[in-house]
Design a protein around this ligand. Structure first.
Ligand SMILES: Cc1cc2nc3c(=O)[nH]c(=O)nc-3n(C[C@H](O)[C@H](O)[C@H](O)COP(=O)(O)O)c2cc1C
Length: 200
């Protein structure tokens, strides 16, 4: 059986301009060439399950590994950050919260959809091929139906592209990635305001 290539190798090991940039960023932070000898550089532990779709496993992961754990998912403010640290994380990564910032270059309608989201407004569009959590809309439900009826990932991708092309300003027909924390985001902030509100 062939050994699958590591994600970190795809990121840092490539001989092209992308690989060069990724290595340069890490080296600029003071890491040595040892980082690039083919060893795994980062581990992603997806502690999500259908039954426990939140951070209940974070403390077990933090207790089980020696390297720092960066918690991701469902963190949008200082309270989430402190909670993640209390469970053993040493850093947090935020996605959805940054979508609703002034500086984020997504369309205003996408930001507005996040502000209007409730805690049950997101769904995992396709579960078999490439599961992504998105805001629930016509596009997401159509992708879910395709996925359940056995469509391939290529067919789903082609459908999503075609739908988005003809959609114009109609955001019901475009997929909008967002985490469950969208339901807790009420205001578009500047990145500065967001960070200051978290560390204050
Ligand atoms: C616009 C956007 C694109 C994303 N793309 C990916 C992706 O390609 N692969 C992936 O594993 N997760 C993706 N995610 C999920 C992020 O990894 C997730 O948001 C992150 O774990 C932080 O969770 P949070 O959004 O609740 O803060 C995406 C999230 C957003 C908001």
């Amino acid at each position: 059986m062939s050994t699958p290539s590591l994600r970190s190798h795809n990121w840092f090991g490539k001989k092209d301009l992308d690989g060069f940039s990724h290595r340069s960023w890490i080296k600029a932070e003071g890491f040595s060439d040892l980082m690039f000898d083919g060893r795994p550089v980062i581990g992603i532990a997806n502690s999500w399950s259908e039954l426990t779709n939140c951070n209940a496993h974070l403390r077990q992961v933090a207790e089980a590994v020696k390297i720092p754990v960066v918690a991701a998912g469902g963190i949008a403010d200082g309270r989430g950050w402190v909670a993640a640290f209390a469970l053993g994380a040493e850093g947090v990564q935020m996605g959805t919260r940054f979508l609703a910032t002034e500086e984020c270059p997504i369309p205003a309608a996408y930001k507005q959809a996040i502000l209007e989201a409730a805690d049950n407004t997101t769904m995992i569009a396709a579960r078999r091929g490439y599961p992504i959590r998105v805001l629930k809309n016509k596009a997401a439900l159509a992708v879910r139906r395709m996925d359940e009826s056995g469509a391939s990932q290529d067919e789903i991708n082609a459908y999503v592209d075609a739908m988005a092309k003809g959609a114009g300003d109609d955001w019901e027909n475009k997929l909008m990635s967002a985490g469950q924390i969208a339901g807790g985001i009420r205001k578009v902030l500047t990145v500065g305001e967001l960070i200051r509100s978290m560390v204050a």
